[in-house]
Design a binder for this molecule. Structure first.
Ligand code: CP3
Length: 340
């Protein structure tokens, strides 16, 4: 841990703070001219694999926005490569996994012994922690078993998750082995980020909202809980993020994560009530950042009003910043939350 006394880490632990901390998912990304300049020189994966460049991108975004935490620049899918599944980003299509995982034989082939090859990410974490010291906390992150498994079996982004659910329903043993292998690799990978100085780990379960409550509890919660527990043992509080999952909130809390990420589809106080105890993060609609300042301010104020100064609110969007978002709106939003 590099900034255990920061207001962000305290808020994650639902302790009282002087003001609401704020940061943004995808705060380093294509909407930012400094990032686009680096992308002229390097591909996304090249940035991830060069710790000095990844650290620079992380630091530049956090400093340009004046936010209360820096999230390490990496990608959710990096662990797929060390498990034996190469992928690339295709323009307009997003990530493409070359040989998707569809059956027991594909699951059996996946490797779990090379998490160490992802050391470039923890090296970048180390550099960012060294730069900020106790001044600014650093967030490490990883994918949750379900969301990573969905990319592995769909071969990329998906609308209906047919291949994923097909394996889940018709080969439950293969499904559970897949999630178990993901927990083995990802828990080592994220624990290494904690050892390198990350203060908090955000676990992205972006697409769990496609599941019913029963399926989520039966096929996903046990392995997600295993991951959360392993990372807590490494010493970091966990933010468990998901979208479109208002019906899953109380089950998501069963994983034991300190902070539950809320998207904009549910009012913050209602979402918080459904979660029960602990902290929440969210939840402005990222598309609001394309509106005029008056509209943004009104909605941000409403979120803060609903949080009502209770300990344990981290301000964020309900999902990542979109390309083309006006940077000045993001900066103004951070300032507004900090001055509220
Ligand atoms: O938040 C941050 O600033 C840290 C960086 C970060 C990236 N990806 C860099 C990135 C984080 C936290 C991620 C997580 C990630 N990656 C998720 C989970 C987050 C979520 O949206 O719920 C997922 C699903 C991925 C996989 C992925 N990577 C997708 C679907 C895409 C979009 C593909 C496309 O063509 O736009 C990416 C690309 C990606 N990862 C970008 C960034 C900044 C886009 C910019 C670029 O191509 O340079």
């Amino acid at each position: 841990m590099s900034a255990p006394e920061s207001r962000f880490v305290k808020a994650c632990r639902a302790l009282p703070v002087d003001r609401t901390p704020v940061w943004f998912m995808r705060q380093a990304g294509r909407y930012m001219p400094e990032y686009r300049a680096v992308r002229k020189q390097y591909s996304l994966i090249e940035i991830c694999k060069r710790p000095a460049v990844a650290a620079e991108v992380t630091i530049t975004a956090a400093e340009a926005l004046g936010v209360d935490a820096a999230i390490i620049f990496a990608d959710l899918l990096l662990p797929l490569e060390v498990m034996g599944l190469p992928f690339h980003f295709s323009p307009g299509e997003g990530p493409v996994i070359e040989k998707p995982v569809r059956d027991q034989a594909d699951v059996s082939r996946l490797r779990t012994d090379r998490a160490g090859d992802l050391g470039y990410v923890s090296e970048a974490v180390r550099m960012v922690c060294k730069h900020f010291g106790p001044r600014l906390p650093v967030i490490g992150f990883c994918g949750a078993p379900f969301t990573l498994a969905s990319y592995m079996s769909e071969g990329g982004s998906s609308r209906n998750y047919v291949n994923t659910k097909k394996m889940m329903y018709s080969s439950p043993a293969a499904w559970d082995e897949l999630l178990g292998k993901l927990v083995t690799v990802v828990s080592q990978y994220a624990a290494e980020q904690v050892r390198a100085g990350a203060d908090v780990i955000q676990v992205f379960d972006s697409w769990v909202g496609c599941l019913s409550v029963d399926d989520y509890r039966r096929y996903v919660v046990p392995r997600a809980t295993e991951l959360v527990k392993a990372l807590q043992k490494a010493g970091a509080p966990i933010i468990y993020f998901g979208t479109d999952s208002a019906t899953l909130l109380s089950s998501r809390k069963e994983t034991g994560a300190e902070v539950i990420g809320l998207d904009w589809r549910i009012p913050l106080d209602q979402g918080w009530k459904a979660v029960g105890v602990g902290a929440v993060q969210g939840n402005l609609d990222p598309v609001l950042l394309f509106a005029g300042w008056k509209e943004i301010e009104k909605n941000a104020r409403e979120i803060l009003r609903r949080a009502d100064g209770r300990p344990g609110h981290v301000f964020n969007l309900g999902h990542g910043i979109l390309p083309e978002t006006p940077v000045e709106n993001v900066r103004a939003l951070a300032r507004f939350v900090q001055e509220y």
